[in-house]
Design a protein around this ligand. Structure first.
Ligand SMILES: *[C@@H]1O[C@H](CO)[C@@H](O)[C@H](O)[C@H]1NC(C)=O
Ligand SMILES: *[C@@H]1O[C@H](CO)[C@@H](O)[C@H](O)[C@H]1NC(C)=O
Ligand SMILES: *[C@@H]1O[C@H](CO)[C@@H](O)[C@H](O)[C@H]1NC(C)=O
Ligand SMILES: *[C@@H]1O[C@H](CO)[C@@H](O)[C@H](O)[C@H]1NC(C)=O
Ligand SMILES: *[C@@H]1O[C@H](CO)[C@@H](O)[C@H](O)[C@H]1NC(C)=O
Length: 504
């Protein structure tokens, strides 16, 4: 007869045995006593396995005199309990290797290996940007291992929103992300304003830097003046004028080279059209006062060649989009009187001399002579010009002074007048007075020619808007420019007043 006995053994002793056609019986007396059993199909079942069960179990089959042995090396697998990232970096700086964090997973057998992921893609150590160092620790009591992996990472642009995870086996950690910092590489100046920049507005300049975190302080260069702004990226220039037109800059405090600039044009409140309304002239002189193009003062009516005849009524048509406003103002040109000419002429009867003093000025100047005479005659005061004549009978050689004056000042000129009696004796030898008449006649003819040339020239210069067109003699350039400025101011004031009264 044949008996078959199945016997399970381990290194430290027998576990259980089963005789043919009988139930298996446990023979172990140690810690396996309550944990071993045999399945229907003769498999050995071990309950509550621990790492200590990692050993060789042997199945021994005895059939008659034959003994067969089947040793099996038992491996105990233990999945890690969890994966977590600790020791997180506070922030990542672009280009700077930083320890991003430590990933660990514990109680595993065999030791788990950890993989890092960025946006679900595995990170592979390249020894440069990505350095991964792993460590395995075995628990002395349980024999289970804890694996930890430190990722040293060099951030690049675009890592701002990146999600980092690490995983072991099928377990993934919670994702972590980082603030990625980088120095400012570009800076841009923005002008915060609705629509075109108008006089009187507040203009806010905003400086944007692409660094993270953004700089907190900036230098604003306002028309060459540096203003340091802290804890803000904006600066407001209040109540701008046309003079505020120019170049504005901003830069970061610690690197002046990192800057941006903008040319800002402050537009005049409106488009002004100055229309000359003197009825004596058929010509309408229209100045278009617009700052849309270059914001320069040249486009205003500057009156560089301002003359007294520019006095008169002006109308300003102000257009702003669909709105049209009209205002008028009286332009009064004022100036210190200037004597243009003093002259003498012998009377027709040869018994007297007529002195002439021609002057320009406004308000109307008074003319005074240093000698007493008769037939004082004053021409009408037109366009700031006045001509005064005086008839005298010189008994001796005289030095006559003509003085013109008004509230703003005065001017004098002298003329030598020789006695009539000597002339009579000298008769035609005195050519000086005769010469005057001849010169005057010539002067008139030449003057007419000149006037023609000058009118043409003036027109051309006006069209050219050139400043070099001042052709008036004896006029001080500085004075006229200053007059122009004062005048503009007056016009502006007048305009303000009038504009307020005008209905839209
Ligand atoms: C034997 O039975 C056990 C428990 O019933 C089962 O887990 C095991 O897979 C079986 N083995 C084979 C080889 O059929
Ligand atoms: C501003 O104007 C100046 C002078 O015309 C010029 O040199 C500069 O390049 C301009 N700057 C910008 C930002 O346009
Ligand atoms: C002019 O006449 C007044 C009075 O008629 C006289 O007082 C004055 O001296 C005279 N002046 C000259 C310069 O002759
Ligand atoms: C008057 O002036 C003339 C020249 O203009 C001169 O010849 C004459 O001597 C002068 N007479 C007196 C009295 O000074
Ligand atoms: C007038 O005569 C004086 C001397 O007689 C002379 O010094 C002066 O220059 C002359 N003035 C004019 C304007 O001719």
């Amino acid at each position: 007869f044949i008996t078959q006995t199945v016997l399970y053994l381990q290194d430290d002793g027998d576990l259980l045995t089963q005789l043919k056609d009988q139930d298996a019986s446990v023979i172990a007396t140690d810690k396996y006593k309550d944990r071993v059993s045999m399945a229907e199909n003769s498999s050995l079942l071990i309950a509550a396995a621990t790492l200590k069960d990692e050993k060789t179990f042997t199945c021994m089959v005895v059939a008659g005199a034959d003994i067969s042995e089947y040793p099996v090396k038992l491996l105990i697998h233990k999945a890690p309990t969890g994966v977590e990232i600790t020791a997180l970096a506070t922030e990542l700086e672009i280009g700077k290797p930083t320890q991003l964090g430590q990933c660990s997973t514990s109680d595993a057998n065999p030791a788990a290996s950890i993989t890092w992921f960025k946006n679900k893609k595995p990170l592979v150590a390249d020894g440069k940007g990505i350095i991964i160092s792993s460590k395995v620790k075995v628990d002395e009591v349980t024999g289970l291992t804890t694996t930890s992996s430190i990722l040293q990472y060099t951030a690049e642009k675009g890592d701002t929103a990146a999600l980092f995870t690490c995983g072991a086996l099928n377990t993934l950690s919670s994702p972590v992300s980082f603030t990625v910092t980088y120095p400012t590489e570009r800076i841009s100046l923005h002008v915060i304003s609705k629509g075109p920049l108008m006089e009187g507005a507040n203009v806010t300049l905003k400086c944007k830097a692409d660094g993270n975190p953004p700089p907190t302080s900036f230098n604003f260069h306002i028309l060459g003046k540096v203003v340091k702004v802290e804890n803000s990226d904006s600066y407001t220039v209040t109540d701008v004028t046309r003079e505020s037109t120019g170049e504005y800059k901003c830069s970061i405090i610690d690197n002046a080279k990192m800057e941006d600039s903008k040319n800002i044009t402050i537009n005049c409140k409106s488009l002004f059209i100055y229309r000359y309304l003197d009825q004596w002239f058929k010509l309408l002189i229209i100045f278009v006062h617009s700052f849309q193009d270059n914001g320069k003062l040249d486009s205003r009516p500057t009156f560089d060649k301002l003359t007294y005849s520019d006095s008169g009524k002006y109308e300003v048509v102000v257009t702003m989009g669909p709105l049209i406003k009209k205002a008028s103002f009286e332009l009064v040109v004022e100036g210190v009187p200037v004597i243009r000419r003093v002259a003498k002429r012998r009377g027709e009867d040869g018994q007297h001399k007529v002195l002439t003093c021609e002057a320009e000025g406004s308000p109307k100047p008074t003319v005074a002579w240093s000698v007493n005479g008769t037939s004082a005659d004053e021409s009408p005061y037109v366009n700031g010009k006045i001509t005064h004549k005086l008839t005298i009978v010189p008994t001796v050689n005289l030095t006559v002074v003509c003085t013109v004056s008004n509230e703003l000042g005065q001017d004098t000129r002298t003329i030598n007048v020789s006695t009539l009696f000597e002339e009579v004796r000298m008769d035609k030898q005195d050519s000086s007075d005769e010469g005057d008449t001849t010169k005057l006649v010539v002067g008139v003819i030449v003057g007419l020619l000149l006037a023609t040339v000058v009118v043409g020239l003036a027109y051309w210069l006006y069209m050219k808007k050139s400043k070099q067109g001042s052709w008036k003699t004896g006029e001080k350039e500085d004075g006229s420019t200053e007059e122009s400025k004062k005048l503009e101011e007056k016009i502006e004031e007048k305009l303000e007043e009038n504009s307020q009264k005008v209905e839209v």
